[in-house]
Design a protein around this ligand. Structure first.
Ligand SMILES: Cc1ncc(C[n+]2csc(CCOP(=O)(O)OP(=O)(O)O)c2C)c(N)n1
Length: 404
């Protein structure tokens, strides 16, 4: 639910291994920047570490995978403690929601009787207003930093944008506009959701994985600059290509000190909201000239690869199944896709059109666990979901279907 709405969702559990069962989901949420409020019930202090039932050490139990931890006080019906609880609630929500989004844990010791007294006056406070209001600015790039980026690109004529998973619609619209204006191709990972976008255009290269799979092309395709937005793409050939190429200028744009750069090639990290940098580039008086032969190469190969990938649809294969899904899927729906071959199949065969379909996956830690639950969570927000998943991953988590 949190992944779809990009707003914090609360998880509530009893003490003991119930809390430990959240661990893989919290790891995934941390790496894929999903905001979660993990509210773990605990035994009171006098019943810890002394053989009392259902008591484990829950203090900071998710280690480095939460952005914030707080051990709540034992509840008391006093004005001061109600204010304290509300302040902690507001603070935790804000931390989970602030970029980079992620999980926070609040641990709650409770004494017997465990049933709360819901008749207390003013128990919930104001349901429309946060107790502590947080106004948080965005990480904007200023004109001089944007011109440093442009300076790096001077004289470079063979370049690409690369787009992995990226949540900002504003950034996507600026990127599509800039690619068209500057005639720079966008190598669009399936999780970028640029392929099935109402404003998608011919500069979106959805078949780059298939193109770069050809070793001969990969070894002979010299690139001057790469500007990447969002997470690292799924495509292995892309990773091999830029690792071998070590482009003159390799720019990774990430907000708030994110550090998603696994290739270990010379890189310029730009810390800015992607939309902010893209807006500045779109407004720049002049942009370095692009080699027409270079952009035509991508443009033509994208067309050829699309024709080849869609050629033989008589036989049932993973590819033809994805092509059929792509054709029949309804607008405003989600495809939730599992690891590890399903996401690669989608990356190869889920091609461009003007539909509004969102592809989602657990690519923070690439687990095959909890994938049915994740798809169920998206469906719980009211969006139609198609789950594309392997049999092992399905068996791992099919009990999630009991909550249908
Ligand atoms: C929790 C977890 N355990 C193990 C793995 C290693 N792993 C990656 S893919 C995979 C097999 C998945 O099989 P299946 O669901 O049938 O999908 P496919 O074979 O089509 O990739 C395994 C065990 C993992 N990613 N996550």
């Amino acid at each position: 639910m949190a992944k779809k709405t990009q707003k914090p969702v609360a998880l509530v559990c009893t003490s003991g291994t119930a809390a430990a069962n959240y661990y893989p989901a919290i790891v995934e949420a941390y790496y894929s920047r999903v905001p979660l409020l993990v509210l773990t019930a605990d035994r009171p202090h006098e019943l810890r570490d002394n053989g009392a039932p259902q008591a484990i050490d829950q203090i900071k139990m998710y280690g480095a995978y939460t952005k914030y931890f707080h051990e709540m006080a034992v509840p008391e019906n006093t004005e001061q403690m109600k204010r304290y609880a509300r302040r902690q609630a507001s603070r935790s929500y804000s931390i989970a929601n602030h970029p980079n989004k992620g999980p926070v844990q609040l641990n709650f010791p409770f004494k017997d009787p465990l049933v709360p007294d819901l008749t207390l006056s003013d128990l919930w406070g104001s349901s429309t207003q946060s107790f502590v209001n947080h106004i948080t600015g965005k990480e904007q790039i200023d004109a001089s930093a944007a011109s440093q980026v442009l300076d790096l690109l001077q004289g470079q004529s063979r370049g690409v944008f690369v787009c992995g998973e990226l949540h900002s619609d504003e950034a996507k619209e600026h990127l599509l506009q800039l690619a068209k204006k500057w005639e720079v191709p966008i190598l669009a990972d399936v999780l970028s959701n640029l392929r099935k976008h109402p404003y998608t255009n011919e500069w979106v290269i959805s078949t780059y994985d298939a193109i770069l799979k050809q070793e001969e092309i990969r070894n002979n395709l010299d690139v001057d600059f790469v500007i990447r937005f969002g997470s690292m793409p799924v495509s292995k050939p892309y990773m091999q290509w830029i690792t071998a190429q070590r482009p003159e200028v390799h720019i990774v744009v990430d907000e708030n000190q994110g550090y998603r750069e696994p290739t270990s090639i010379e890189t310029t990290m730009v810390f800015s909201e992607p939309a902010s940098l893209l807006k500045q580039l779109n407004e720049a008086e002049s942009l370095p000239e692009i080699d027409r032969k270079w952009s035509n190469f991508w443009f033509e190969n994208n067309q050829t690869a699309t024709e080849i990938l869609t050629l033989n649809q008589d036989e049932l294969t993973e590819g033809t199944a994805i092509l059929a899904l792509s054709e029949t899927i309804q607008e405003e729906s989600v495809v939730f896709v599992g690891n590890s071959m399903p996401i690669r199949d989608l990356d190869t065969f889920f091609l461009n059109d003007y539909k509004s379909v969102q592809v989602m996956s657990n690519r923070g830690a690439n687990g095959i666990d909890g994938v049915v639950s994740s798809a169920m969570g998206v469906a719980a927000t009211g969006t139609p979901v198609t789950l594309v998943i392997g049999d092992v991953s399905f068996l791992h988590d099919y009990t999630a279907l009991f909550y249908c």
